[in-house]
Design a protein around this ligand. Structure first.
Ligand code: NAD
Ligand code: MG
Length: 305
């Protein structure tokens, strides 16, 4: 973080005032190219490199995290490694710089770490990714479907076919495909965690395509949870609110909306990626053994049904 003058915590387990754990940021209007790079964000986001403390909750587990190069996926991958898991991440080729940073941080924990770039829109990639992850890690028992696409537009008429199809492809169709490919490898005790959004409950007029995919993810999560519960495989989701990640300054918000980003939450500030990580750790770990088809809301205080 660059604006850390009034930050009160050193890690997530220290008692602190949540309104002050991180400063209220006011990101400058900016438009990062492509999916954006964490390395180019201003201000910097906290992925937990120094602030996430592990307590041995995922020792020996094997996790595959999509979108694990940056933002929420990166923070989750780092937390998983720090909790003792072997971790494989996937991301787009142009995000290699971010992926290298996350891998370097995870390698400090001394467990297996692997990375494979690829496009989730490519129908053949799901099987390739699963085969590679199984080989790299010696299996999979945590799947985090987190990669996502969000493009803000001025309403329905401005949503092109290309944007519509790409958003559904990345956010929901790829989730079906990847989960289907991973299933033969998942044994009782395995967990699947899908990243949904506050947008599934409170769609913004600028994000109706994205918000629709997030509602679909909620339904997919609950239906699949019912299917897999008798096999001892638990499926749940995490619904973030406004989190400071590359997705936002690379078109996820209109540039003019960035200076106020996250300030309308109860806590009055945007969330940092590492503040999501404990929810993923909890859902991945056996301590959530009776939590099935549920959603953990991590949104700074935005009422949800
Ligand atoms: P992010 O940009 O850091 O992560 C999204 C990742 O998705 C990218 O890093 C990229 O690797 C991956 N991705 C995008 N298109 C891809 C493609 N075609 N093929 C392969 N990978 C692709 O942003 P984030 O905010 O951490 O996003 C993670 C998840 O959180 C997404 O599902 C997003 O919808 C969700 N979410 C974010 C917020 C927020 O405020 N940031 C709020 C609610 C939900
Ligand atoms: Mg990224």
């Amino acid at each position: 973080m660059t604006q850390d003058s009034d930050r009160t915590s050193t890690d997530q387990l220290t008692l602190q005032d949540p309104t002050k754990r991180y400063p209220t940021i006011s990101p400058p209007e900016q438009s990062l190219p492509g999916t954006g790079l964490d390395a180019e964000m201003a201000p910097k986001a906290d992925l937990g490199e120094e602030s996430y403390r592990g307590t041995g909750r995922l020792v020996g587990r094997k996790a595959l995290v999509t979108g694990g190069d940056s933002g929420i996926g990166a923070a989750t991958a780092i937390a998983f490694a720090r909790e003792g898991a072997d971790v494989a991440i996937t991301y787009l080729p142009q995000e290699e710089k971010d992926a290298e940073h996350v891998v370097e941080v995870m390698q400090r924990e001394g467990h297996v770490v692997a990375k494979l770039p690829g496009d989730l829109r490519d129908k053949g990639f799901a099987q390739k990714l699963v085969d590679w992850a199984v080989e790299s890690l010696g299996g999979i028992d945590i799947l985090v479907n987190n990669g996502g696409k969000q493009v803000a537009t001025d309403g329905l008429e401005k949503i092109t076919d290309e944007q519509l199809e790409a958003t559904f492809d990345v956010n929901i169709l790829a989730m079906f495909r990847l989960t289907r490919a991973a299933l033969p490898h998942l044994q009782a005790g395995a967990t699947i965690i899908n990243t949904t959004s506050i947008q599934a409950y409170e769609p913004s007029p600028t994000l109706i395509d994205y918000a629709s995919t997030k509602a679909a993810i909620n339904n997919f999560t609950k239906g699949l949870a019912e299917e897999l519960a008798p096999k001892g495989i638990r499926v749940n989701s995490v619904a973030p609110g406004p989190i400071w990640t590359p997705l936002q300054p690379s078109g996820g918000q209109k540039p003019e909306d960035l200076p106020e980003f996250g300030q309308s939450t109860g806590l009055g500030r945007a969330g940092q990626p590492t503040e999501l990580a404990p929810a993923y750790v909890f859902l991945a770990s056996p301590e959530s053994s009776y939590v099935v088809g549920s959603t953990i809301h991590v949104n700074g205080g935005m009422p949800t049904p």
